[in-house]
Design a binder for this molecule. Structure first.
Ligand code: ATP
Ligand code: MG
Ligand code: MG
Ligand code: MG
Length: 476
């Protein structure tokens, strides 16, 4: 079953259950300036859940383009390292706005997976929130899933955002338990069942999250404690990764082996003259052409701050992987036509914007091409002197003079098992900043806000966060 059929079957199934099919919204959230990118299907419905927006339907379904390369969700560092994470991916979702709840949500999920998509029931596992007996009973008594394959998972003692199987929109507001469905790819792949210490492997892969918005979380003004009040009309929000489902249906283990990715990987191999299709850099390039093209489709342009800087970082990472494969000329933009062939039918906005996308990518390639070449020489020279640790000064020079985002340098270091001196980088950055401040000429960038002598990180890059990358010196 190819990607197009998978999308189609999903939407048709939920349409037959009274859902209105809603189109994917943009990767740039229209209703939420605090969110960098649309990272799940529910983003376009956020105000409906909050009660500030009304729709003329109470059930909806969509295939949403999502990006997890910044902000609360960041999978950029996983790309090329796991079989299941992309920066850009498609989320199949269904929603109930105060209409059906846990029973229908789980029973339909099961019906769709086992009857429509024909997944073998014995390979499916479910997790529920530790105290959610209602969901547990639906799995066991109604659906008939054996107890051995239902796992209760608790939260991280109320830590906001970090909890498992308890979802919250934000620190306050709608929240509730969730129930996730996992697929067991079998003993040939390393990993343990959900809830076990080895869950992070790629054997048991999470495919579908069913969130039950059941409570309103608020702070009691008297005690300062959080309170959970049942919502008058509980809601359902679900999301399933299309690529992960496709991998199962196409009898492959990794997302990168599905039809759609194989075409892009072949195209990347063609443009870089590589014959080994299993080369990891090809996967990264295939992932990044999707993310960067759709960002440009949705109006983002490469720049030095905010969304534009995330886009630039993803493009530059892709170009560095091309360089690693021996490609020193612009090549990345040439993959746009292959992407259009794969995804243009599902996303008509892509072919419409294709020539603009090519132009923007090509320009960025021309711009970075030369400094990439020079920067790599400097990096190699530093590593020839010290093969175990890259000093912060060099990392900073690469960043400041050659346009290597820190995460790009870190990616190279990780590949080669070299430690990156992030503290040294931060020190060099700080020195630059004070010089600039003394000269009265500097501008904040890269996800940073500066006010007086307080610098607040508002960005999206855990690495940058760790090293307290604080300012980008702009004009001399
Ligand atoms: P994981 O634990 O594997 O990182 P998640 O718990 O972060 O996934 P959710 O936020 O629950 O994912 O999103 C719902 C579904 O979207 C997941 O069950 C998965 O199928 C899919 N998904 C999430 N992140 C990615 C990604 N980076 N690439 C591809 N699919 C993803
Ligand atoms: Mg995740
Ligand atoms: Mg998960
Ligand atoms: Mg999940």
């Amino acid at each position: 079953m190819n990607s197009a059929e998978i999308r189609d079957k999903f939407l048709k199934f939920f349409e037959s259950k009274g859902h209105t099919v809603v189109r994917s919204s943009s990767l740039v959230p229209g209703n939420d300036p605090t969110l960098l990118f649309t990272n799940s299907g529910m983003v376009q419905f956020k105000d409906v859940f909050l009660g500030t927006d009304k729709r003329n339907y109470v059930r909806a379904t969509s295939v949403q383009r999502c990006l997890r390369a910044g902000g609360k969700h960041n999978d950029l560092e996983n790309v090329g390292y796991t079989a299941r994470h992309h920066t850009f991916f498609e989320m199949l979702g269904n929603w109930s706005f105060g209409d059906y709840f846990k029973h229908d949500s789980l029973v339909w999920a099961w019906e769709l997976l086992t009857k429509v998509y024909g997944l073998p029931a014995e390979k499916l596992w479910a997790t529920v929130y530790e105290t959610d007996d209602e969901a547990y009973d639906i799995w066991h008594k109604v659906i008939g899933l054996p107890k051995e394959r239902i796992v209760r998972i608790g939260d991280n003692k109320g830590a906001p955002y970090a909890s498992d199987n308890f979802w919250q929109m934000a620190d306050t507001g709608p929240c509730g338990p969730c129930s996730e469905i996992f697929y067991d790819h079998g003993p040939d792949v390393w990993g343990g069942p959900p809830g076990s210490p080895e869950q992070d492997g790629d054997r048991y892969i999470e495919i579908w999250n069913n969130v039950f918005m059941q409570f309103d979380r608020q702070i009691d003004p008297k005690t300062g404690e959080y309170t959970l009040t049942p919502l008058p009309a509980p809601c359902v929000d679900t999301g399933m990764g299309l690529e992960r489902l496709a991998a199962i249906l196409q009898h492959v283990h990794s997302n990168y082996e599905i039809d759609l990715f194989q075409s892009l990987i072949k195209a990347a191999a063609r443009e870089t003259n590589v014959s080994d299709l299993a080369n990891n850099s090809l996967k990264v390039i295939a992932d990044h052409i999707r993310a960067t093209s759709f960002l440009i489709v949705d109006g983002v342009i490469p720049g030095n701050e905010g969304r534009g800087y995330v886009l630039r970082r993803i493009i530059r990472r892709a170009l560095r992987h091309g360089h690693k494969l021996g490609q020193t000329k612009p090549f990345f933009y040439k993959l746009v036509k292959d992407l259009v062939a794969e995804m243009g039918a599902a996303y008509p906005e892509l072919p419409e914007a294709a020539s603009r996308v090519e132009q923007v990518l090509k320009q960025e390639e021309e711009r970075f091409g030369e400094t990439l070449e020079h920067g790599m020489k400097i990096l190699e020279a530093a590593l020839a002197k010290n093969a175990t640790k890259l000093d912060g000064e060099t990392a900073f020079t690469l960043y400041d003079t050659f346009g290597f985002p820190l995460d790009l340098t870190a990616d190279i270091c990780r590949e080669r098992n070299v430690e990156l001196d992030e503290t040294g980088f931060a020190t060099a950055m700080e020195r630059q900043k004070s010089t600039a401040r003394a000269a009265g000429k500097f501008k904040m960038a890269a996800g940073i806000e500066y006010s007086g002598d307080k610098t607040k990180f508002v960005g999206y890059d855990s690495l940058a966060q760790q090293s307290k990358v604080v300012a980008l010196y702009v004009d001399g």
